[in-house]
Design a protein around this ligand. Structure first.
Ligand code: ATP
Ligand code: SF4
Length: 326
């Protein structure tokens, strides 16, 4: 049977920043497939390379970023082979992104209407004002904001409403892939919950794929069906999220993340943090980059970087699992 085409396909993606301190290896040889109508979580501590990867997929890299030879395909299209004009068309219509703190990036001197209409006009010179207006009202309805607010300026709306507007803009042209980089981090928990419910609701109807970036483990596992766990620029584990309710037979770092979640309903309120700090990406530890923090580290871990192994359908980079490879 022919394999379904992924919406997003990453193969051996590496990105380094050329900095005064040396080359910062922010993303280190990652591969992933994301299919239509799925939510995949990308989780990791601050500085693990999540935003770098999101921006790289959007072909929006910083000036000092260096991308090594790799494949980044969205809907089968290698986006690094598009010319500038085609890339501009491709972005937002096929793939879009809700950036970190995006709600503060809305233009303060333009109304919400102007900012939404601008998306339609910049991608379709022939669209009539009436049609663009109709679609703006429809979008406001999708994100549950009264269309009277099309006439509002960003500062007249709450943080939660502004974030919904940003999501509306990201989905305005019906993209097949939406990357969401910490879309709710700046909001209080109640608003965060309502935005997450809204994201789930819209995704169910529109069936696009979401790459949901966050450092919040419980939030990602609740939302996503599959999770890629990033440590020091690498995917140290890719797993389905329901198996994360049990910590056995996961990567030791994943186990640490699971133990660090507070279980409010349980009698046992002990939370075990992960000792130590993420490594310096200019000078990674030898072998497995997690070895200085890993409770299971042994000799080999300091000498050799583990290959990816398939362990009960999870892709894990850890020497502990060498013997159970399928
Ligand atoms: P956060 O959750 O804090 O946003 P992240 O996981 O998204 O973190 P990135 O922002 O991708 O991580 O950063 C990965 C690494 O690259 C970090 O060590 C960061 O300091 C470094 N970095 C990011 N941008 C640059 C740059 N322009 N020049 C040099 N280093 C950079
Ligand atoms: Fe720990 Fe070794 Fe596995 Fe790395 S390879 S996670 S150090 S046991």
């Amino acid at each position: 049977m022919e394999e379904k085409q992924p919406v997003l396909e990453l193969e051996n993606v590496s990105v380094a920043y050329d900095s005064e301190a040396g080359m910062v290896q922010a993303v280190n040889n990652v591969s992933l497939k994301v299919y239509e109508n799925t939510i995949v979580g990308l989780i990791g501590e601050s500085g693990s390379g999540k935003s770098t990867l999101g921006n790289t997929i959007m072909h929006l890299m910083k000036n000092n970023a260096v991308l090594t030879s790799c494949t980044i395909k969205v809907m089968g299209q290698d986006i690094y082979r598009l010319n500038k004009k085609d890339l501009r068309k491709f972005r937002w219509s096929q793939m879009s992104m809700v950036f970190q703190s995006a709600m503060n990036a809305l233009n303060p001197v333009l109304t919400i209407e102007d900012q939404i209409l601008d998306v339609f006009f910049s991608h379709d010179k022939n669209i009539s004002r009436k049609e663009a207006n109709r679609r703006a009202v429809e979008l406001m309805d999708i994100v549950s904001i009264d269309s009277v607010h099309l006439k509002s300026y960003p500062h007249e709306l709450s943080g939660g409403m502004r974030q919904r507007i940003v999501i509306a803009i990201a989905i305005a042209l019906d993209p097949k892939l939406v990357i969401m980089d910490e879309p709710t981090t700046a909001l209080d928990v109640v608003v965060q919950r309502s935005i997450l419910d809204k994201i789930k609701e819209i995704q169910k109807v529109k069936k696009f794929a979401i790459l949901f970036i966050s450092h919040d483990f419980s939030l990602v596992t609740e939302l996503a069906s599959k999770v890629a766990i990033m440590y020091a620029g690498r995917f140290i584990e890719i797993t389905d999220s329901h198996s994360l309710s049990q910590s056995e037979r996961h990567h030791p770092y994943t186990q640490g993340l699971i133990k660090a979640i507070p279980h409010l309903t349980s009698e046992d309120v002990t939370i075990e943090g992960i000792p130590g700090n993420p490594p310096n990406l200019v000078e990674l530890p030898s072998g497995c980059a997690y070895h200085p923090r890993c409770p299971h580290a042994f000799d080999l871990c300091m000498r050799e970087r583990p290959e990816t192994r398939l362990v009960e359908n999870r892709e894990i980079e850890c020497h502990l699992y060498e013997t159970v490879e399928k």
